[in-house]
Design a protein around this ligand. Structure first.
Ligand code: APR
Length: 308
């Protein structure tokens, strides 16, 4: 357990993340921050009042400022607008870049040693905005996307094979968008290569559904985007850091030559521990996967170049 975790953005993703943090007792205190008057205070109080029933001692408070967040160990940034039907994640860029920049600047001032977990979209570009605005090293700015994309892929595979989600291992790399790269060669069911258990055309359909997994949910919700799985993904990363688990999870990391790329955030296998991003693992890729990862990087660089 750490002393304090702040969640910025008390909307669907942020509030659900705060509740998950408390239920897992990952911090003594959770601070929920939002610009909306009364929303973080009300949600924080409501969540704190769940404590005697759910049996956690994590104190949750909500606020509109950063005074209460001082010296947070970890800050999860979910502030920003969410997608509506017909929108791509890149359509959120200008609005969310301004929001994430101002949040990261305030966090850097009040919690200079914090580890940032970025959730706001377009994810890979928002990680860059947060790193630049905070001045934090890459070890302390990590994006949540691969964990979510992988969870979607694993859920679909488990359903199709009628097996436990626990036994599906998979890794989805690349940017958090239509160009993401599910690694078939590293997908298995308890070690059995997925290609032995599933016809290629069925697998291809699942890969396609994974790529548009976020849009499928936006299509249903209409007024916003997914939040149960995204918040679960962010908290899995927080837990790996708080408990120093050294878990290998696909996360958006600032590349410094890994996979032959530099100067962008992209989803790659990362080791997460108490220091944050402790290692980027370079795994062998098939020629097709390498090409797909390169294309995905281009899809991240393009909106990045448009940043004001
Ligand atoms: N500081 C703090 N909070 C802010 C700021 C800001 N500068 N600007 C906006 N917010 C808050 C809003 O007031 C709102 O409560 O961010 C919250 C966003 O909540 P939702 O609209 O419910 O969006 P949500 O579904 O939580 O998604 C948030 O995460 O997954 C991504 O694409 C998604 O970018 C989106 C983000």
């Amino acid at each position: 357990m750490v002393n304090k975790i702040t969640v910025v953005g008390a909307g669907n993703v942020g509030a659900t993340a705060a509740q998950r943090l408390a239920e897992k007792e990952l911090a003594k205190q959770v601070v929920l921050v939002d610009i909306a008057d009364g929303i973080p205070q009300g949600k924080g109080l409501d969540q704190w009042q769940s404590a005697p029933i759910e049996l956690y001692d994590t104190r949750i408070i909500g606020t509109n400022g950063y005074d209460e967040t001082v010296d947070s160990d970890i800050v999860v940034i979910t502030a920003g607008i969410a997608r509506k039907p017909g929108m791509s994640r890149d359509d959120l860029m200008n609005t969310n870049a301004g929001i994430v920049k101002s949040v990261a600047e305030q966090v850097a001032r009040t919690s200079p040693n914090a580890i940032l977990i970025i959730v706001s979209n377009p994810l890979d570009v928002m990680c860059y905005v947060a790193m630049k605005a905070s001045g934090f090293p890459r070890e302390r700015v990590i994006g949540m996307a691969g964990v979510l994309d992988t969870a979607r892929f694993r859920a679909f595979l488990a359903e199709a094979l009628d097996v436990s989600v626990r036994d599906i291992q998979a890794m989805v790399l690349g940017g958090h968008g239509d160009t993401m790269v599910p690694l078939i060669s590293y997908t298995s069911v308890s070690g059995i290569p997925i290609t032995q258990l599933m016809a290629r055309d069925v697998l291809d359909k699942i890969v396609e559904r994974t790529r548009s997994g976020g849009a499928e949910i936006v299509g249903y919700l209409k007024t916003g985007s997914a939040y149960y799985a995204p918040s679960a993904g962010a908290i899995q990363m927080v837990e790996a850091i708080v408990q120093d688990q050294k878990r290998i999870l696909p996360c958006a990391a600032w590349l410094q030559g890994e996979y032959g790329m530099t100067g962008l955030f992209l989803g790659v296998p990362c080791k997460l521990g108490r220091k944050g991003l402790e290692q980027v693992l370079e795994v062998e890729l098939t020629p097709a996967e390498r090409v797909a990862l390169g294309k995905s990087a281009e899809a991240v660089r393009e909106p990045m170049a448009k940043l004001a």
